[in-house]
Ligand binder design. Structure first.
Ligand code: SF4
Length: 473
């Protein structure tokens, strides 16, 4: 479908295969935003497919276009408005959904002709808008057959067959001052644990080898349901992070946790990360845990937990329990009021914490965020200069940590073949955001996407590892 390049971590619906004929009712789909928005796209596409709509790949072929938007930072808003504009110009019948849908006035100001606007996770309203634009038709053959999905049908997936995002909750109970997600997606609403585990089981049975658990706050999972107990496979599980990890560990595939908020009870899942069952980690030794800053005062301004000494102690403890754990984090530099001294504290934290993977952003005001009202904004050139220094410092750490892996054998999951190479990921690499393991003899070894393979690591740089698989002759 559209040529638009989506924001990171998204896959354009253009990558979808064609779906069975829906009696001529054709829908185009543009998916922008984070993995959570991607899961929303998958659910809408699945429902469209269940109702017999065709998903088409060009604006010309579509009778109506759905644009799933992102509205988190200004550049994402701009990209979403551009995507809507492109769909309006190329097709003219456009339904907008997703995070930017929470600001309908902003959309209508630029694109007054859109057919309908709905917010994130509002699948029903999107379908109602599609029904209004393309009324369901009576098909005597199809309508006599109940449109029920098979128990093992995992719906439309926008990720490759061998990994899938597993969304466990919507919304967030925190109020970080730089973030508008709670105002767009509301307070935390968890999915009951049996529903999540059943979905995970179906995905595993459908060939998924790696589950990526996503939410706004994975550590808070179940708090809104008072950790309700549910049954799955004859056992009782509480709706909480620890039980979720225990349940997922039964599937015998990789499970990777994202967006873990730094609460003390994160410690409880470390033993599962250290445990191996037939060589497979019960839970991938990988924590994506956004710390955002290391100065207690800046963290307080961000309305985030500020006990940095305790954080460092806990990182040491995690590594004691699970020595091969990979810790990924994200940080904001140049937050309003951040002094030179506080920025230096952040660099010191990097030196001490020795994190494996780090992403960073220069603070940019988000329309509607409480942080906009804070005094002493940091000048743009200072923010950029701090960002460069921060990333340089971390690049040295990451490079050294990857170099330490030379000579080791890493279990990897192959993502794709690229000429002679197979591009794979180790347990330390989440798709899209981390590095790769480039297997030099992937073609010769006959590797296939979705295959697990042991790779001898022979080289590294600051992002990726390079290696070979042993070929028995
Ligand atoms: S925890 Fe994450 S989603 Fe929730 S308010 Fe903070 S930054 Fe936003």
């Amino acid at each position: 479908m559209p040529s638009r390049a989506p924001a990171s971590n998204t896959t354009p619906a253009s990558d979808l295969a064609s779906h069975p004929s829906g009696g001529g009712r054709k829908v185009g789909f543009v998916s922008l935003g984070c993995p959570k928005a991607l899961v929303d796209s998958e659910r809408i596409l699945t429902q469209l497919k269940v109702e017999g709509y065709d998903i088409v790949q060009t604006y010309d072929d579509a009778d109506v276009v759905v644009v799933n938007t992102c509205g988190f930072i200004d550049s994402a808003v701009e990209e979403s408005l551009d995507a809507i504009g492109e769909a309006m110009a190329e097709n003219g019948k456009v339904i907008v959904t997703g995070c930017l849908g929470k600001r309908p006035e902003q959309i209508r100001e630029t694109h007054p002709g859109v057919l309908a606007i709905t917010g994130p996770q509002d699948y029903r309203s999107v379908m109602e808008a599609v029904h209004r634009a393309l009324p369901p038709t009576h098909d005597p053959f199809v309508d006599l057959v109940p449109r029920r999905q098979d128990d093992n049908d995992i719906g439309v997936k926008l990720t490759p067959k061998h990994y899938a995002y597993l969304k466990i909750s919507e919304g967030c109970n925190h109020r970080c001052s730089f973030c508008i997600i709670p105002s767009m997606r509301g307070d935390l609403v968890s999915r009951p644990i049996d529903e999540v585990l059943r979905e995970a089981e179906k995905l595993a049975m459908g060939g998924v080898k790696e589950l990526l658990v996503i939410s706004q706050d994975t550590s808070a999972y179940g708090v809104d349901l008072k950790y309700a107990e549910r049954a799955w496979r004859g056992n009782t599980y509480q709706t909480r992070m620890k039980s979720l990890c225990a349940g997922l560990s039964e599937l015998g595939i990789w499970t990777r946790l994202h967006y873990v908020y730094p609460y003390p009870h994160v410690d409880e899942i470390l033993p599962l990360m250290a445990e191996r069952r037939d060589g497979v980690p019960a839970l991938l030794p990988y924590l994506d845990i956004p710390f955002q800053h290391a100065s207690p005062r800046v963290l307080k301004l961000m309305k985030r937990p500020g006990a940095v000494d305790k954080t460092l102690e806990r990182i040491v403890r995690w590594r004691d329990i699970c020595p091969d754990i990979t810790i990924r984090s994200t940080f904001i530099v140049g937050f309003p009021g951040e002094t030179d001294q506080e920025f230096e504290e952040l660099l010191d934290f990097l030196d001490e914490a020795q994190l494996d993977r780090v992403g960073a952003f220069a603070y940019s005001p988000v329309d509607g965020a409480a942080a906009n009202a804070l005094p002493d904004p940091v000048a743009e050139e200072v923010k950029q200069e701090r960002l460069v220094r921060f990333m340089q410092r971390q690049a040295e750490i990451s490079e050294a940590k990857l170099a330490d892996k030379i000579g080791s054998v890493q279990r990897c999951l192959v993502d794709l073949l690229d000429g002679e190479l197979a591009l794979a990921r180790s347990m330390a690499d989440a798709p899209e955001i981390d590095g790769l393991v480039q297997i030099q003899n992937g073609l010769e070894a006959g590797l296939r996407p979705g295959q697990f393979v042991d790779v001898e690591i022979m080289g590294s740089d600051e992002h990726d590892l390079y290696g070979e698989v042993r070929i028995e002759r």
